[in-house]
Design a protein around this ligand. Structure first.
Ligand code: SF4
Ligand code: SF4
Length: 347
């Protein structure tokens, strides 16, 4: 099957709401980015979820939000199906007219989740699998997690849901990445998101920077596996990481609208900042408030040779310099993705 590659530009009229409806989880993955010191431990009740969904769906709710039909909502956690309010939250998002609705799950599908929603309610159920075999996946995500997740995918597929899958790549599992496309194809997955491990949350706290992958290894493996996935009929996304010399640097915090909402009311617009109290907005008493300086948003306009300012501040070791101190490769925004898809796929 022929495939086509493109960089998915930030679309000016598109917004993404990453709505963490709780932070608790039954698993304890090695790369988990949830930071309860910063994001709280609350499980949001249905009334709060509804109020917050409305906040991001009407023009009066926030000067930043223009139209709900262009807003994609992703419910996540923690494990979102642990929150019994999730099915009603999905139906509320649907009735408010959100552009698309996705849940990111570890596959345990608690609270009889699949019995309480239908494929018409949800655009995607996105399952996290970090290995093609239990030995690999479970060494990262915990005992039994592979088996449970695969069972969850099969069950959801049988019921007619559209399935995507997320693989967080680290030194532990990069060699197994090539085995994922055939597995996902067999399971009936349609979209495959390859992520790179981020040094935030647990890896940052526990000094697991050694899980990071050198660029050469990433570049040798990931684009090739993405092509193989697309050749099998999957649409595959992976982070751009570095820009080519002719490519223009853009910060999603400036040119796009992404809101990372946490149960303690913090709203970030850059995911790299989530370990620090520099969030752009806060939901206080049901109102979305822009916070005064200094926040993450005050740093986005800084133009530096390295590209992404937050990488320069938080992960300077990821920026390659020559012996004169000149930047060899600029770091792309972490929200910028490459997409490889079968030529015949409809978008
Ligand atoms: S399933 Fe997700 S939220 Fe739960 S521990 Fe793993 S990465 Fe964290
Ligand atoms: S990752 Fe860098 S470029 Fe992207 S939103 Fe954050 S600061 Fe901006």
């Amino acid at each position: 099957m022929k495939t086509i590659k493109r960089t998915v530009e930030f679309r000016p009229n598109s917004r993404n709401l990453f709505f963490h409806i709780l932070t608790s989880c039954n698993l304890s993955c090695r790369h988990c980015y949830i930071n309860r010191d910063q994001h709280g431990t609350k499980t949001l009740g249905i009334e709060t979820i509804k109020r917050w969904l409305r906040l991001f769906s009407i023009s009066e709710g926030s000067k930043a939000i223009k139209g709900v039909e262009d807003t994609n909502v992703v419910f996540l956690g923690g494990e979102p199906t642990l929150n019994p309010a999730l099915p009603e939250a999905i139906k509320e998002a649907k009735s408010l007219g959100y552009g698309s609705i996705t849940i990111d799950t570890n596959g345990y599908l608690f609270n009889d989740f699949l019995k309480k929603v239908s494929p018409d309610d949800l655009d995607y159920i996105s399952f996290s699998l970090d290995g093609s075999r239990p030995e690999i996946n479970n060494s990262i995500r915990g005992k039994g997690s592979f088996e449970t997740c695969v069972k969850g995918i099969k069950r959801a597929k049988e019921l007619g849901f559209t399935i995507s899958s997320i693989f967080t790549t680290s030194r532990i599992n990069i060699e197994d990445l090539t085995n994922m496309p055939p597995l996902l194809k067999d399971l009936g997955v349609t979209r495959f998101f390859i992520q790179v491990i981020g040094i935030r949350g647990k890896p940052a706290k526990e000094g697991e920077a050694s899980l990071q992958i050198p660029w050469e290894l990433w570049n040798n493996v990931v684009p090739q596996v993405a092509k193989e996935a697309a050749a099998l009929g999957l649409i595959c996304h992976y982070p751009k990481v570095y820009l080519e010399p002719e490519e223009v640097f853009e910060c999603a915090g400036v040119v796009a609208e992404n809101f990372f909402v946490f149960p303690n009311g913090r709203v970030y617009t850059c995911p790299l900042c989530e370990d620090y109290p520099v969030h752009s907005y806060e939901i206080r008493d049901g109102v979305l408030i822009k916070r005064p300086p200094i926040t993450e948003a005050d740093l986005y306009p800084l133009r530096i040779p390295e590209g992404c300012v937050m990488n320069k501040i938080l992960h300077p070791g990821n920026i390659p310099y020559d012996h004169n101190g000149n930047v060899i490769k600029r770091v792309a925004c972490c929200m910028l993705k490459e997409e490889i898809s079968p030529i015949s796929s409809k978008k």
